[in-house]
Structures are given as structure tokens and as C-alpha cells.
Design a protein around this ligand. Sequence first.
Ligand code: SF4
Length: 227
Amino acid sequence: MTALTCRYDWTLPEVQALFDLPIMELLYQAHTVHQQMFDPNEIQFSSLMSIKTGGCPEDCGYCPQSSHHGTDLERERLVELQRVVSEAQAAKDRGATRFCMGAAWKNPNARDFPLVLDMVRSVKDLGLECCVTLGSLDEDQTRALKDAGLDYHNHNLDTSREHYEKIITTRKFQDRLDTLEKVRDAGINVCCGGILGLGEGESDRSSLLMNWPICLNTPAACPSICW
Ligand code: SF4
């Protein structure tokens, strides 16, 4: 079996050629790569908790937590640390080895951020891997999260650069790449995916895939399948 090397220089025609493959051939190639890069029968159990729900200032067109959309979801404050510890312990007891926490905001504010750091430390103290999704981050915040022991930061690319403004107007595609770069530079693993079915065309999916590898720091950085 030929050893795989990881490429970060895919061109659009090359990605489009993958879409043109017959589905069974594509499945075969994908499975072959998966077998070479991972234990094919190993699955990681992760548990996700919303630590701050609703009232988000972003206008992601697919999200009921956005304050721009008329949903019935009530805006909540950041949950208390003890609730996080209880949920993380329960997740561990059920077999999870990673605990993920998501907050519905554009970026962490000065009041809540130290509390999130306490949550990360508490999850790590339980012997779990820790992942958060906190929106945009600056360098000080990524460094503080790394120091607190954070393993992964989830930050999805949503859709293609070309289709982005049709789905989200409160930030730019480049903002996502910029935060991902800061996360990677701080030594935190990147967890990143995209969303299909947002009215995008096949060329948008190719474009998204082409940008996707540059958000990762190592070939095996994200064992989760976020698609
Ligand atoms: S940033 Fe997250 S929580 Fe906020 S609207 Fe977008 S998807 Fe929803």
C-alpha cells in the first residue's frame, strides 16, 4: 500500500473531478484513505453541551439561536460551572472521552471568558478531552484557552466563500479563516466542518472543500466528522 502524504494545494478542477467520480469509486477511495490514516474500527464518543443558548447577534441563516430570526428560543445566560461539571461527569460515565461546549455569541466577552476558562479546566480535571465552540477569538484568548488545557476549538467554515453572503452577513468567510489561524498558531487542534444543503451549488461545495484543508493543522487534527 502506498504511503499517503497530506496535500494542502488542491486546485478547484481537482476537487471538482472528485465530484465527478462514480459514487462507489469515491466510497472506495475514501474508505482506503480512512483505513490508512485511522484505526478503521475505532470511534470516539463525544458529548456536546450548550453553555449559552439563544440571543446570538450573528445572523446565520440556518440557526434558530440567532436573534435576527423569529424563533421561540429563549435567550439564556452562561450556565453555572457546577452544571458543566455535572454534565461532563455524566457524559464520562456514559463512555464519552471528549466533552464539547458551545456558546451562542459572536465572541466571548470579558465578563464570561474567565468563567469559560474555569469550565475548560474543570473538564480537563475529569480526565476528558475538551472542545469548545466560542465564535471569533483574538490571540490573547487563544493563548489563554491553550494554557487552560483546551484540546480542540470548533469553528466551521459554514459554506463557500462565494456563497457566504447569502447565508451570513454579520461576518465574512475570511473572518473564519483568521480565527482558525489563531487557534492553530496557539497549538490548539482545529475542529472544522461545513454545512451542506444551504442552497449552494456543486461549485460551492468544491470551493468549500478546497479551502477546508488550510484550516487544519495536522492531517489527523480532526478525527470528528463534522459534515
Ligand atoms: S454564530 Fe452560532 S449560535 Fe450564533 S447564529 Fe451563527 S450558528 Fe447560531
